[in-house]
Write a new protein. Structure first.
Length: 59
């Protein structure tokens, strides 16, 4: 059972979690980086990688 969502240093935890969830939506390869300064989330960065298939070798 999770604790109720509350503010973190004046920030809306539910809003932060929504933004993180949004950054993760549809991400297949990559990363989501959360930057915190003085106990506050100040940036959420999404880095996405696209994997290209190598052409198959024909004999």
């Amino acid at each position: 059972m999770s604790a109720p969502l509350r503010s973190i240093e004046g920030q809306d935890e539910a809003g932060i979690l929504r933004e993180i969830h949004s950054a993760l939506q549809g991400l297949r390869f990559g990363s989501v980086e959360i930057t915190v300064h003085n106990g506050q989330v100040v940036q959420i960065e999404r880095k996405e990688k696209f994997r290209l298939q190598q052409p198959s070798k024909q004999s």
